[in-house]
Design a protein around this ligand. Structure first.
Ligand SMILES: [Zn+2]
Length: 310
């Protein structure tokens, strides 16, 4: 139940431990050199292997930065991790069924299964490189040409896993010489062109827009936004004094004139309600936020621009 982000997670997607050498980006066994993960945007022409569905309760894939390419131990044997993992995390927990798309157009050249990979597909691209999608649930396309919008199948938990996730691997050809997919996908859009990664992981949309109840995802998104106001703590969905300090600092732009003490009171919330008015809140500015205040704030914080955790 541990989480390396401190974020709520109902299930670990895979077992194993990150190796210090891999984390530090230095050479590891097998002659494969791990470079430090670039902060730059994705390579053009690649997309994340998912569609960004914003509806409440749908599954949102999140890159599991605890288990990067090269980590030791994991979902495909206990050696070198030759791919990257995406968790399937929905607002109601970890769920299967998320649609999987190819990261680039290509041709499905293999539909197979193994004890470690479970059900998997390989797609060959125009440069001869191949991408692999493992631990699938259903398979919808088992051969032939595919575009970025094609639905290869669904995320599942087949093979050697401890929970549902997608294992994505890149190979230099039809063999098993792998390379790190993440530099090609970090910052890439979703398969349907909406905003994608850019950091270690991707936040789900909060259902607070519908139910008016601020939960962990609402707060994760707020914390991510508040990084622009000096918040440097974890994006863990658990607001503490540092989250609220940044919150108050932000709200000085909305009429808050009290201390930046991280202890929100009526004047903090009045300022928030003034901000909420610009996102459809029609209630009183009384400093007592209710479901309609939170719904309006959720509309604000659900903008795609706050999907990425840098
Ligand atoms: Zn994996």
């Amino acid at each position: 139940m541990a989480s390396h982000h401190g974020a709520p997670r109902t299930e670990l997607s895979r077992r194993g431990f990150i190796v210090g050498a891999a984390a530090a980006g230095i050479a590891v066994t097998g002659g494969q050199l791990l470079s430090a993960r670039p902060a730059s945007a994705a390579v053009a022409g690649y997309n994340l292997p998912f569609t960004n569905l914003a509806e409440a309760g749908t599954v949102v894939p999140r890159y599991d930065s605890s288990y990067p390419y090269g980590a030791n131990g994991g979902d495909v044997g206990d050696g070198f991790h030759n791919g990257i993992d995406f968790n399937a995390t929905g607002t109601s927990g970890t769920v299967m069924g998320r649609r999987v798309h190819p990261v680039r157009p290509g041709t499905v050249v293999l539909h197979s299964s193994s004890a470690s990979l479970g059900t998997y597909l390989r797609v060959r691209h125009s440069d001869g490189h191949e991408s692999l999608y493992a631990h699938l649930g259903s398979v919808y396309i088992s051969s032939g040409s595919v575009s970025s919008g094609s639905v290869l199948g669904t995320m599942g938990a087949s093979g050697d896993v401890t929970g549902p996730h997608l294992h994505l691997a890149f190979y230099t050809g039809s063999g098993w010489t792998s390379y790190d997919p993440w530099p090609y996908l970090n910052g890439a859009p979703y398969a349907n062109g909406s905003s994608g990664g850019g950091g270690g992981w991707i936040l789900p949309k909060t259902a607070t827009e519908q139910d008016g109840i601020p939960g962990p995802i609402y707060w994760q998104r707020f914390q991510n936004f508040l990084r622009g106001y000096g918040y440097t703590g974890p994006v863990d969905g658990v607001p503490g004094i540092n989250t609220y300090k940044a919150f108050q600092l932000w709200l000085t732009g909305w009429g808050y004139g009290g201390p930046i003490d991280g202890v929100p009171g009526i004047n903090t919330y009045k300022a928030q309600q003034r901000h909420a008015q610009t996102w459809g809140y029609g209630g009183p500015v009384d400093g007592v936020p209710g479901p309609n205040t939170y719904r309006a704030e959720a509309r604000f914080i659900n903008q795609d621009v706050y999907d990425r955790v840098a």
